[in-house]
Design a binder for this molecule. Structure first.
Ligand code: FE2
Length: 365
């Protein structure tokens, strides 16, 4: 299977995965062939792309880190603000992750706009689980970490909809209201005896930055707990790679660069390094172009470095970028591929270097 952005999707292409709406209802079943009507509808829902099955991508298997059933149940619990339900889902997610053993965040995100907060919480939970596994946390600690991710944005439930759902960037006043969401999330769980202090602290502090520029308390990095550091990095990575009404998703490579650039000021360096171990910069099934003009799709990320995947060329030949004879071959960045104009790249760069504000009008969820 391979990933195709909706603008490249054509009627007749066969879907690899079902697509769900915000209530977990199937919008389009897996194995169905796309029609012009489906493509239009998916664009309206705000999907960015789909996975398809074709001869070119035969043998490329891209698996989600958690099952669609668990993802949908998790979204439903977050939507209902069902804290007990979230505790159960955290246990299920951790057991699914542990059963898989090694995981890689290969599957590009498939979700629509309107379920952002719910899908985001479940995604952040999965990313936290992956980082935590890489740090060899115990099952109990992993479950607490995943739970803190499921609960971290629950406080948005009491943020006025005109701010929460505003399709443009927030005004400074609106942003001040949005910034109260982490304290509101904390207040929803602070009296619960059955939720650990580690979870409560991470929920309260998930927007704290290493240099003390975050909120609500402006705590410096040495005062952040391990859960806080992990939740913060996972939260921002997912916000960057998701499509919002006011921004296109960053590719894993762009989001990785952003996290690297923020090490020591916004993010804890060690935590970012752990995440980057599991984020293939060029995920399996992604279409790429090489500097010598050849094109293909990423077949496997089995090499030592996730910059140098195994590629199936459109000619059908395989090309391993880890081989010595291929040292001079590199994956061309989008600006070499002629797919993005210089003006658009400059606009995106300007957007990336804007001061960190907050979720709702900014990439930081
Ligand atoms: Fe948040």
């Amino acid at each position: 299977m391979r990933y195709v952005s909706l603008k490249d999707a054509k009627p007749g292409m066969q879907l690899a995965y079902s697509l769900y709406d915000t209530y977990g209802r199937t919008l389009v079943g897996g194995n169905i062939r796309l029609t012009a009507g489906y493509i239009e509808k998916l664009e309206e829902y705000g999907f960015d792309g789909v996975y398809i099955v074709d001869a070119l991508s035969e043998g490329v298997e891209v698996e989600p880190v958690i099952s669609p059933e668990t993802r949908n149940s998790g979204m439903e619990c977050v939507r209902r603000c069902d804290i007990d339900g979230c505790r159960e889902i955290a246990k299920i997610m951790v057991s699914e992750l542990l059963q898989k053993g090694s995981v890689s965040l290969d599957l590009m995100d498939l979700r629509s706009y309107d379920d952002y907060t719910y899908a985001h919480s479940v995604n952040v939970a999965a990313i936290c689980g992956v980082i935590g596994m890489g740090m060899y946390l115990s099952e109990k600690a992993l479950t607490d970490l995943v739970l803190s991710a499921l609960l971290h944005d629950l406080g948005k439930i009491s943020i006025p909809a005109e701010i929460l759902k505003k399709p443009e960037r927030l005004t400074p006043e609106e942003y001040q209201v949005m910034k109260t969401h982490s304290t509101r999330s904390y207040e929803l769980i602070s009296e619960r005896w059955d939720i650990s202090a580690k979870v409560k602290t991470a929920v309260l502090s998930h927007h704290e930055n290493v240099d003390g520029s975050g909120y609500p308390r402006g705590l410096e990095g040495k005062k952040h707990t391990q859960f806080t550091r992990i939740l913060h990095v996972a939260d921002v990575y997912d916000a960057l790679t998701s499509k919002r009404p006011y921004k296109n998703p960053y590719s894993p490579r762009e989001a990785s660069e952003y996290l690297m650039g923020g090490c020591g000021t916004l993010f804890d360096k060690e935590t970012v390094e752990h995440l980057l171990t599991y984020v293939p910069l060029y995920p399996k099934g992604m279409k790429i172009k090489l500097n010598d003009g050849r094109s293909g799709i990423v077949y496997e990320n089995a090499g030592e470095h996730n910059l140098r995947p195994l590629i199936r060329l459109f000619s059908g030949d395989m090309l391993d970028l880890n081989y010595k004879e291929n040292l001079n071959v590199v994956i061309a960045p989008p600006e070499w591929q002629g797919e993005v104009s210089q003006e658009e790249l400059e606009r995106q760069r300007e957007q990336m270097i804007q001061p960190v504000s907050g979720m709702g009008g900014c990439v930081h969820g």
